[in-house]
Design a protein around this ligand. Structure first.
Ligand code: 13P
Length: 250
């Protein structure tokens, strides 16, 4: 059985005060979450606060990005070892916002995946098509290309050390969730693609859904056979909403 993973992606939101309130709320309710593994991915500058507030709780945390470099003259970058220094378990790689706004291509994302897993972080690899690509009927082609970049660089067994997040770009922050059937179709496609290379990796790898998942639609999405959790943006910023999603898993 794959344990569902519900991870919050706070993106560039929050302040020290609002994060304290959010984490107090999560800590107060986490005991009611029976099945899911729960994590939050915070802006770098708040990782120290998150670490001190979540240490000793069942809630894990992570970064939203990392550098491919270990150290040195890379102004503004953050390395895998720095994330580990603040107790991170996870790191998001290849989020569509990084792909589209910061020019991260498949090759760079694959290198980030490799660096993260080699360092001992669990990379959450985001894949997903834009609206234009979906309308052109090339969702599978796009998702396969994004996933194969990692498999080609690292081998399919590298997926044993990570998590995949299917995030259709048209559903992110738009309030337009993929229907459970649309999401399941994409997740099943991803699992089949991996199974063609290694059935046991495909069986074990967790595939999260992301894109306007909220307290109201989480249960029906999470009930689908190949949806093993969620990567949550907006709804992860309020403890009550995020906890409701965590409880809907499993
Ligand atoms: P929303 O939940 O705000 O649509 O964001 C999803 C996302 O991008 C998570 O990484």
């Amino acid at each position: 059985m794959r344990q569902p993973l519900i991870a919050g992606n706070w993106k560039m939101n929050g302040s020290r005060d609002s994060i304290k309130t959010l984490l107090d709320g999560l800590k107060a309710g986490i005991d009611e979450v029976k099945t899911a593994e729960v994590a939050v991915c915070a802006p770098y500058v708040y990782l120290a606060d998150v670490q001190s507030q979540l240490s000793g709780t069942p809630i894990a945390w992570g970064g939203q990005n990392l550098s491919t470099e270990e150290k040195g003259a890379f102004t503004g970058e953050i390395s895998a070892s720095m994330l580990l220094d603040f107790g991170c378990k996870f790191v998001i790689v290849g989020h569509s916002e990084r792909r589209s706004l910061y020019g991260e291509d498949d090759a760079l994302v694959a290198r980030k995946y490799a660096v993260a897993r080699t360092a001992g972080l669990i990379p959450i690899l985001c894949v997903g098509e834009t609206l234009e690509e979906r309308e052109k009927g090339i969702m599978e082609e796009v998702v396969a290309r994004q996933l194969n970049a990692v498999i080609d660089l690292e081998g399919v067994t590298a997926l044993n050390d990570g998590v995949i997040a299917y995030e259709p770009v048209w559903a992110i922050g738009t309030g337009k969730t993929a229907s459970p059937e649309q999401a399941q179709e994409a997740h099943a496609f991803i699992r089949k693609l991996i199974a063609e290379k290694d059935a046991s990796v495909a069986d074990k790898v967790r595939i999260q859904y992301g894109g306007s998942m909220n307290a109201g639609n989480a249960a029906e999405l999470l009930a689908m056979a190949d949806i093993d959790g969620g990567l949550i943006g907006g709804a992860s910023l309020k403890a009550e909403d995020f906890l409701a999603i965590c409880k809907a898993a499993g």
